[in-house]
Every structure is written in C-alpha cells, then in structure tokens.
Design a protein around this ligand. Structure first.
Ligand code: DGY
Length: 332
C-alpha cells in the first residue's frame, strides 16, 4: 500500500478539484468559510508536501521554512501576488496557478462593471427601492454613452484582450493600451494602439485594469493620475485592489474629477464598513466575483488539482508559475 502525500487545502473548492485531490492525497480540508489565520495555516502546512492556497492566504518565506517537506503550492487563482514566488523557487517549491479558464468570466465582469458604472444602474436600483421614482425625468440619471468611445486597457494580456474584444466588436470602441509588452494580436484584431501611460489617461473614456500587482504597479492610479483623466471617465478594476490608491479614488469620485468607478476588488478586502467609498453614489462595488461562474470555478478547481498532483509526483505542472525551479525541485 503506497502512502498518500499529505496536503492541506485552505478552503472547500468545487468537487471537480476536491475529488481528485481526496483520491490521490491524504488531504486535510479547511471547511470554515473564512480563511485559516496565518499562524494556523503555517502550523497546518508544517508536515505537508502540498498546499492548495487561495488568494487570501499569505504564502511567504517564513511559512515555507516552517514546511520542510513542501513541494508544491497550487494557487486557486490566476493571480499569485499572495505568494512569494522567488522564495518558493529558492527553496525548490513549485507554484501553480489557474490561467485561461477565467479569462472570459473576468472580462464579462469588467464589462458589466463598466456599463453599470457608466449608466448608473445600481444607483437607479437603489433609487427605485427607496420609492424615489416618481416620474420619467428628462434630466435625471444621466450617464455616459459607450458606443464609439475610447477604451484604455492597462495590461493587454489575455483578460485585457478579452475585454478589448467585447468593447471593440460590440460597441465599436477605439482601443488604447498601456503595457510593457507589445500585443501584436490586439493591434491586428482591434487596431489597438500601444501608448504611454499619460496618453492613455488623458484620451480614454473608460479605463480597465488588467495588470498584475507588484511593487511597480501598486498605487499606479493615484491623485495625479485621476487629474489627468477625463471628467467623464469611468475606471474599472477587476484585477487587484492595491493597483489603485483607494483614498485618492474616493476623493476623485467625490469631487467629480472622474465620473464613476466599477470595482470588483478593493484594498483591503473586504472594505472596512466605515470606508468612505461605500457612501458614494458613483461607485459600483462587487465582492471579488469576476471568476465566480459555475463553469469557471469548476475549471479552476480541475487545473488546481492537476497542478497539485503534478507537483507532488515530480511532473511538469500544467500551469506553472515558476518552471525555472525544475532542476532543484524538492523530491523524495
Ligand atoms: C484570480 O484568479 O486571480 C482572481 O482574482 C480570482 O479568481
């Protein structure tokens, strides 16, 4: 009888991932709806070879040092800013993520937030519920047109491309993008134009963020950037909350420096209940649900399980964040 590798799964994920993990591993599954506190997670992982982590789990060097047998961290997310990847690589630990399968769901949510914020849908809903709707108002609830406008994409990767596709093909928008890499496919398919950050800020009617969070991108949107945007502009963030300086965003929305914002992510998450942003009419906030469709979350769970099992068995991870670790992987 072979001994199954010990793993910790930091939350209940869909059965599409959980079942293969339970079949192949000696798995402890954290069943609380809230994440395990850091100290407890560290304890739980100490004797494990594998870890399924969520974006709410901080996986740092200290946690890895407390887990000398850890071979793989499989993140149930495409983003992996919760993991110190270079610390993992230094220690021979593989890191996996869940790219591609959530591209459409995330772009759909970005577009949903764009239209909801531009057309003041949630504000209108609240107005209706509050019994304030007395008549059809010629000057009431005026929002922004979408057709033929300019969309600025920050980070023209897979999700940025999918968002641009929706806006170009469905709403005839012109596409600008800011990225360190050129995306020739977006240029060819949508006539997208790569521009510097300031040009994107001042020329876009809508700006949608699809870049990863790192020390260079943290707070890339602050007071100075909001001042450069059009007063009619709408900011959409479905990537990571700390890309935006939330205090500055709140000021920009309050002073109508920009028109509105649609956010699927905040900083921190969840926002504190006394967060002034929550009082503003011109912001729509969703609780980090861009990938939350049945099909997408099942597909993420499958990749996550496959990454975990590949990491445990010395195979190539299907979605491998740090393939450079090959050669010094922890074995045995
Ligand atoms: C991710 O995968 O990084 C999203 O933020 C959650 O699905």
């Amino acid at each position: 009888m072979s001994i199954k590798p010990k793993v910790f799964v930091s939350r209940i994920i869909p059965d599409a991932g959980l079942e293969p993990i339970k079949a192949r591993c000696d798995a402890e599954i954290w069943s609380d709806p809230l994440p395990p506190p850091y100290a407890l997670l560290r304890q739980k992982v100490a004797s494990c070879e594998g870890l399924v982590a969520l974006l709410t789990d901080k996986i740092d060097a200290a946690l890895m040092d407390a887990a000398p047998r850890l071979k793989v961290v499989s993140n149930y997310a495409v983003g992996f800013n919760n993991i110190d990847v270079s610390a993992a690589t230094e220690r021979g630990i593989c890191v996996g993520n869940t790219p591609r399968v959530l591209t459409d769901a995330t772009a759909d949510m970005a577009f949903c937030l764009l239209i909801a914020a531009a057309r003041r849908v949630v504000e209108g809903h609240q107005y209706t519920l509050a019994g304030k709707w007395k008549t059809w108002e010629p000057l009431g609830h005026l929002g922004q047109d979408l057709a033929g406008k300019t969309l600025g994409i920050v980070g023209m990767g897979r999700i940025g491309y999918a968002m641009a596709k929706r806006c170009y093909a469905g709403w005839d928008m012109k596409i600008l993008y800011h990225d360190v890499y050129r995306n020739e496919k977006a240029e060819k398919d949508f006539g997208a134009k790569q521009v510097d950050f300031d040009t994107l800020l001042s020329n876009s009617d809508f700006i949608s963020l699809h870049t990863d969070l790192n020390e260079k991108t943290r707070h890339m949107f602050g007071a100075e950037q909001f001042k450069k945007m059009k007063r009619s502009a709408v900011l959409v963030n479905s990537a990571r909350g700390p890309l935006v300086d939330q205090k500055a965003l709140c000021e920009a929305l309050k002073s109508r420096t920009i028109f509105a914002a649609g956010l699927d992510v905040t900083d921190p998450e969840p926002p504190l209940m006394d967060e002034p942003l929550l009082q503003l009419p011109n912001v729509v906030i969703a609780p980090h649900i861009a990938s939350a469709t049945v099909g997408t979350r099942n597909a993420m769970a499958e990749i996550c399980a496959n990454n975990l099992i590949a990491g445990l068995t010395g195979q190539k991870l299907p979605a491998w964040v740090n393939p450079e670790v090959e050669g010094k992987r922890r074995m045995g």
